[in-house]
Design a protein around this ligand. Structure first.
Ligand code: MD3
Ligand code: FE
Length: 206
């Protein structure tokens, strides 16, 4: 379903076996060095969702080759198979003509406990207008999709469940968005994940 121009939600895009494979990969990426860390904000706060990056390290607000707010280690490489998954996601959500641009080269993986949130923000640190691909695993969340002008209303609240794909291209690429709520204990039991993982795939343009 197209939620806004260029913003397409595909429920259940990953079948349970693919969800388990992606979760197993995330567990490896989360290990040190350059594993899961707490993101420090310029104002001295911390984000409640913890994060691990592939390809480049994201910090507020830019990309670096090493984990500047983690252990300082080189960021893990972005695997080719994940880039292919991103290209397939864009083709399925937006059509094959939308999936012909530069290759995906960055993944940001956010882990949410039941009390984690993400405030309304825009993703503007990439130098590319390629669509952002989002994959959800584990607990259901409320995803808040706003507008391109202000972090305030109007917005649309959508539930994202384990296995869902969301692609943000075109005019939606710079829309404000956030995660106001995670529904603890709603992950599919057979996945073996307590909490929520969101994997975003991006083209850095670097
Ligand atoms: C709309 N992640 O990593 S996923 C982020 O669930 C981020 O962890 C949230 O916002 C999460 O930056 C939301 C949906 C999402 C991701 C990236 C977007 C929506 C987006 C980039 C541009 C527009
Ligand atoms: Fe974002």
């Amino acid at each position: 379903t197209e939620v806004a121009p260029g913003a397409v939600h595909v429920p259940d895009w990953l079948d349970p076996a693919r969800q388990r494979e992606l979760l197993a990969a995330c567990r490896q990426w989360a290990r040190p060095p350059a594993g899961l860390r707490t993101v420090r904000t310029p104002g001295g706060g911390t984000m409640t969702a913890r994060q691990v990056c592939l390809g480049r390290h994201w910090y507020p607000y830019g990309y670096a080759p090493t984990a500047v707010d983690g252990d300082g280690a080189p960021v893990k490489p972005f695997p080719a198979w994940l880039g292919e998954l991103g290209r397939k996601a864009v083709a399925d959500a937006l059509g094959p003509q939308a999936a012909t641009g530069a290759a995906y080269d960055i993944a940001l993986i956010n882990f949410y406990g039941a009390d984690a949130r993400m405030g309304m923000h825009r993703d503007s640190d990439e130098r590319s207008d390629a669509p952002v691909v989002s994959l959800s695993l584990g607990d259901t969340c409320v995803f808040r999709f706003g507008n391109t002008r202000t972090r305030a209303r109007p917005w649309t609240d959508i539930e994202l469940r384990s296995g869902d794909l969301f692609v943000f291209g075109g005019p939606s690429r710079l829309a404000y968005h956030g995660v106001p709520r995670v529904h603890g204990g709603t992950a599919p039991g057979e996945l073996g994940l307590s909490g929520r993982l969101n994997i975003t795939l991006r083209v850095s343009g670097l």
